[in-house]
Design a binder for this molecule. Structure first.
Ligand code: HMG
Ligand code: MG
Length: 306
């Protein structure tokens, strides 16, 4: 395990709030609000924003406005605007919407694969093969998410070997980056070390991303633990928005404000302005009619008021 001195000098933070954060909201959120949120996040300086999801609107109604959102955002050159794509039916609108990066999403758990995308892991890889080829043909970046890498709401334990098996298959499809997702937020730091170090045998660790949900309050610790073994890409959600529609009880991603506060304290560069993110978090939380689920975000906001 590396010492703190070996921590990355810079990390990439992928903001997933507009997709992972909002997909689970029951009330329909207007495309104008989603566009305003993405624009605020762009202004904050994120290098990569997950802005859309071209999945079945019957499965995830909140994401039905994805094409409108992608058409309405003010893009900053160099920023990657990503979209989830489960199959070729989703690839066409993602291409038309000018997504810079296609995100295929599989699972390390058979049970979750069935619940989330209605097919087995093996079938999902076959569907992704066409999507991956099409993305490459069009010169788009290709990323993949592996859900339930640390535990599954339906089958419980998930072995590091079964995560590695899916990572190998996604690597062979040509993925540029692979997200190791704790969908239900059950991981703790030692488990994170074990899983990330195992996966590093099959895929470059600097292209693995930590995607931690914060259900059990461990996500910031898990980000820290990931950096100890060389991971330098993290996903987070402004105001801690989120939850997965197919993982009951799972809460949002680690809040972006908390991750940025951690990085600031460690002297690790992100290129992102924390104050602008706090504003974006207040903006969306006001719209949703609730307090932001971010310790750092709420503390910074309260300090400003006093
Ligand atoms: P299916 O029912 O097996 O698919 O769903 P199908 O091919 O039989 O099609 C059924 C219907 O869906 C048809 O419409 C298709 O046209 C339509 P109908 O004839 O009934 O009117 N359809 C589509 N419509 C729009 N866009 C598409 C599309 N594909 C089919 N792309 C499918 C399979 C994968 C489509 C479905 O299960 C689905 O959409 N699932 C989405 C699940 C989802 O979005 N989950 C949340 C995101 S993943 C996540 O949050 C985890 C992550 O954050 C990491 C982590 O934390 O773990 C990434
Ligand atoms: Mg997620």
């Amino acid at each position: 395990m590396s010492s703190q001195n070996d921590f990355p000098r810079r990390v990439k933070i992928v903001e997933v709030g507009p997709r992972d954060g909002l997909q689970n909201e029951k009330e329909t959120i207007g495309a104008d609000i989603k566009i305003a949120l993405v624009d605020r996040l762009t202004q904050a300086g994120f290098p990569n924003i997950e802005a859309a999801s071209f999945v079945s609107p019957k499965w995830v109604p909140q994401m039905a406005t994805s094409a409108e959102v992608m058409a309405g955002i003010a893009r900053k050159p160099g920023v990657i605007y990503s979209a989830l794509v489960p199959n070729m039916k989703g690839f066409e609108p993602a291409l038309a919407a000018k997504a810079d990066e296609i995100v295929i999403f599989g699972s390390a758990s058979e049970a979750f694969s069935q619940k989330n995308i209605n097919c087995s892991i093996a079938e999902s890889i076959e569907r992704f093969r066409d999507v991956a080829q099409a993305a490459k043909q069009h010169g788009l970046r290709l990323r993949a998410a592996v859900s339930c890498s640390f535990g599954c709401p339906y089958q419980g334990d998930v072995s590091p070997e079964s995560v590695a098996d899916v990572v190998q298959r996604l690597r062979d499809l040509g993925c540029d980056e692979i997200d190791i997702a704790d969908t239900i937020g059950v991981a703790t730091p030692r488990k994170v070390h074990t899983v990330m170090q195992r996966l590093a045998k099959d895929f470059p660790i600097d292209r693995l991303a930590g995607h931690f949900h914060d259900t059990y309050g461990q996500a910031v610790a898990n980000v820290y633990a990931s950096m100890e073994v060389g991971v330098s890409i993290f996903h987070s959600s402004v105001a801690g928005l989120g939850g997965c529609p197919y993982a009951k009880g799972a809460t949002g991603n680690v809040s972006t404000e908390d991750v940025l506060y951690l990085m600031q304290g460690l002297g690790i560069e992100t290129g992102i302005d924390l104050d602008t993110v706090v504003d974006a978090g207040q903006f969306i939380s006001q719209h949703l009619g609730r307090k932001a689920v971010s310790r750092a975000g709420n503390a910074i906001f309260a300090k400003r008021q006093s």
